[in-house]
Design a protein around this ligand. Structure first.
Ligand code: ADP
Length: 403
């Protein structure tokens, strides 16, 4: 059975086509700069005797044009991997916001489309392009089952004590203002990977998952279910990220507006795009920050210390929330690659049962699941490669099988 995974952003489309019998990616690609003067499509055929990459530079007017090109490439006699649309059993769509309505992946029908549309005010940059992808894919592949996989769904098991904000109840009841949490697909995927590796049944598995990429969030997982997470009503909350501030006294927003004269739009831009590591030291790529720190740059050193300190505080909080923790699971670009961040984060947590093995931390192989805790560490510390596309494909398959 072949499943295509589509992740439609406002100006880009990422796709991957899987053969689910072999759990193998057959093709992947990226459509970039949709709607701009210069567009680009990079397509990889990953299968066969000769894996191939093609790059096409041409303007891509809109999502319809981008997905049509993608469809041509995956069915191309030279670089394609299917011969006709009917070969695709299903398409899994990443949808960022599923609100309280969607606690699991679901088959897309007109009513689900309306619901995703109705949730757009909660994710104005994401849900509309996600929907555009869904609409075009239904036209291009009318025989494929279309499934929506939500970033928020895994966190729908949070208890009210964790998801409510202490503001007047009507803001929750009438306007839906609460913690939703994001990166759920990744948290769920690496938590299951870790449980399987440690041979603990998932419904008995307690863990703290750390998705540290450009965006970053943590989740407290109790008996396989998410019971708390660091992002909130939007992905701005929680950890310090590449360009997002993370947690902040909300009165700072008030002060920026009333005393400093910034508009809501400007404050939104400052906190989402100009803050975090970028705002602290001028760059947001962690590799650059590590190099600067190495060279003695004070701003980079402080940025990294703040970044790690915030994570550490959340670990303490989630150990308190969970009581028993089987594993800390590091994942995503920074979590999988930065031994320095893992070291800064775990140093001083011995009393909480977390002790790293410096050697294992330094030699954890990329792209593989590794244990990096010391022999006497009560809590296992894992580095686990996340794969959101594969998880979307898995979820899509599970939904298709249920029908
Ligand atoms: P996204 O959230 O865009 O999917 P990723 O999960 O790919 O992001 O993570 C991107 C981040 O990972 C970047 O900040 C990058 O600096 C960091 N990163 C990637 N490789 C390394 C590395 N070898 N060492 C430190 N950081 C790394």
């Amino acid at each position: 059975m072949k499943i295509l995974v589509i992740n439609c952003g406002s100006s880009s489309i990422k796709y991957q086509l899987f053969d689910m019998e072999r759990t193998a990616a057959l093709a992947s690609g990226l459509v970039e700069r949709i709607g701009e003067a210069e567009g680009r499509i990079t397509h990889h055929r990953l299968t066969g005797a000769h894996p191939r990459t093609v790059t096409l530079d041409a303007p891509i007017a809109d999502h319809h044009a981008g997905l049509t090109r993608m469809a041509d490439l995956i069915m191309d006699p030279e670089v394609g991997v299917i011969a006709a649309p009917v070969e695709l059993a299903a398409i899994g769509h990443r949808v960022v916001h599923g609100g309280e309505r969607f606690s699991a992946s679901t088959i897309i029908d007109d009513e689900v489309i309306d619901a995703i549309q109705a949730l757009s005010p909660f994710a104005p940059l994401h849900n509309p392009p996600n929907l555009a992808g869904i609409r075009v894919a239904r036209k291009l592949f009318p025989r494929a089952v279309q499934v929506a996989v939500f970033d928020t769904a895994y966190h729908q098991t949070l208890p009210a004590a964790a998801y409510r904000y202490a503001i007047p109840t009507e803001f929750y009841e009438e306007h839906g203002i609460r913690v939703y949490g994001f990166h759920g697909t990744s948290h769920h995927y690496v938590a299951r990977l870790a449980a399987r590796h440690l041979d603990i049944p998932f419904n008995h598995f307690n863990a703290i998952t750390l998705h540290l990429g450009n965006g970053a969030s943590m989740a407290a997982v109790e008996n396989g279910r998410s019971v708390d997470t660091s992002m909130g009503f939007t992905p701005l909350a929680g950890l310090i990220m590449g360009t997002r501030s993370g947690d902040l006294d909300p009165a700072v927003v008030y002060f920026m507006g009333t005393r400093l004269g910034f508009s809501f739009e400007e404050i939104d831009r400052i906190l989402n795009k100009e803050s975090g590591l970028l705002g602290l030291c001028g760059v947001n790529d962690l590799r650059d920050i590590e190099r600067r720190r190495e060279a003695g740059d004070a701003a980079a050193t402080l940025a990294l210390d703040m970044y790690a300190y915030r994570i550490k505080k959340y670990i303490g909080a989630y150990i308190a929330a969970l009581g028993r923790v089987d594993a800390l699971v590091f994942t995503a670009g920074v979590g999988e690659n930065s031994l320095l961040v893992r070291e800064l984060v775990c140093t001083g947590l011995d009393l909480l049962g977390v002790t790293l093995d410096a050697e294992k931390n330094a030699t954890a192989a990329r792209g593989q699941l590794s244990e990096i805790q010391a022999a006497d560490s009560r809590v296992k510390v894992l580095v686990a490669p996340t794969n959101e596309e594969l998880e979307i494909a898995n979820q899509t398959l599970a939904v298709v099988r249920k029908t």
